[in-house]
Structures are given as C-alpha cells and as structure tokens.
Design a protein around this ligand. Structure first.
Ligand SMILES: [Zn+2]
Ligand SMILES: [Zn+2]
Length: 207
C-alpha cells in the first residue's frame, strides 16, 4: 500500500450532477485523512480510498509527498483556491512537508498566511507586493510596474502603467488650463494661434 500520499479525485456528484475536486491524505503509517469530500462520490474512509486508487481512474491524481517534484506538480495542476485549502489542512493537521509553489518565482510557500491568490495564479507575499500597484490597489504583475517621480504620482515611487498614464494626462490637462488662463490674462502665448489653438480644436474647449 502506498503511504504518505495526497490524492486528488473527482468527488461531488449531487442531484444536479455537479462534480468537484476532492482530496484525501494517507500518512506514513497508512492512516486515512479526509481533507475534503463532497457528494456521493466523496470518500471518507480508508477502504473507499484504497478502492479508488485500485480503480486507477483518469481523474484521480496521486502525489507522493516524499517527493518534492510531486508536491510541485500538485501546485501546477490544481486551482489556487484548492491548493490553499489543502495547504491549510496540512498547516492545521500534520507535521509533514507540504508547500505551494509561487507562480512567479517558483519558490515554495509553507503557510497559507504567506500566499496571495490572484485569479488563476498563486503568489508568495514578495512577488505579489512587487506586482501590486499601491495606487489603484490592484495586482498587475511586476512587468507592468514603473518607477516614477513620487511628486508627480501622489507620493508613490512605483505605479502601474495605467495609473502613470492617468496621472500624466491629469497633469497635462492642468498645465493646459494654467497656460490658457495665463494667455487669457496676459495675451501671451496667443490663444488663437500655435499650440493653444491646436489644443482648442482638439478638445473643442475654450476656457
Ligand atoms: Zn514568489
Ligand atoms: Zn495602478
């Protein structure tokens, strides 16, 4: 009998025929633990677990937790919300090595407190913070973050490309307004020729 294995299988199966991923763990001593089971296909005992492994169905995945590659494979093949659920279970129940893998840096994450889920990805706190725009409070990924002059960006040293664009346009609009006001009061620059005229035509605006 295989031991120290995490098994992912198709459980669920209610009247509406809704199938969902279920999980159990068999420790080194061969003790069965039901991590999550649901519906009539859910398994809550060792006998059922062994029968399932025996049947060797396509939707059953067995991970040998003595093997780091298997633990990594689990992170690759599983939805982050489920990874988090399984990791939480190991955090709460067992003293065996288990970890989730950060989608960005590939390092292991030992605790649910140290991970962030973003859509279909799972990140360690560090990678998440590098890719999170503090200004609009959304995760955009490290590639979309730009170092900026904080005096022009509400005190932020890094903002996402969208925020930068927005702030730049905002500043530009204020500048034009200032120049127009100056032109209106002093006659310089001429409101009706050159750049200001171009802008008036573009924006259909006056003062
Ligand atoms: Zn990371
Ligand atoms: Zn932003």
């Amino acid at each position: 009998m295989k031991t120290n294995i995490l098994v992912q299988y198709q459980g669920g199966g209610y009247d509406s025929c809704f199938w969902e991923r279920n999980y159990f763990y068999i420790d080194k001593q061969g003790t069965f633990y039901d991590i999550h089971s649901s519906g009539r296909a859910g398994i809550d005992n060792l006998k059922g677990a062994l029968a399932l492994i025996e049947r060797d169905e396509t939707h059953t995945y067995i991970y040998d937790l003595s093997n780091k590659q298997d633990i990594k494979a689990f992170s690759k093949e599983t939805h982050p919300v489920h990874i988090s659920g399984v990791l939480q279970w190991f955090n709460d129940n067992e003293d065996i090595e288990f970890f989730a893998v950060c989608s960005a840096c590939g390092y292991g994450i030992d605790s649910c407190d140290d991970m962030m889920i973003e859509d279909k990805d799972l990140f360690c706190i560090e990678c998440y913070s590098i890719g999170e725009c503090q200004c609009c409070e959304s995760y955009v990924g490290a590639d979309s973050m730009i170092a900026v002059d904080q005096s022009e960006h509400y005190g932020f040293d890094y903002v996402c490309t969208d925020c930068k664009e927005y702030h730049d346009e905002e500043r530009e609009a204020v500048n034009i307004k200032d120049i127009r006001w100056q032109a209106f009061c002093t006659g310089t620059p001429d409101m009706f020729s050159g750049e200001l005229r171009e802008q008036r035509l573009q924006t259909n605006g006056g003062l």
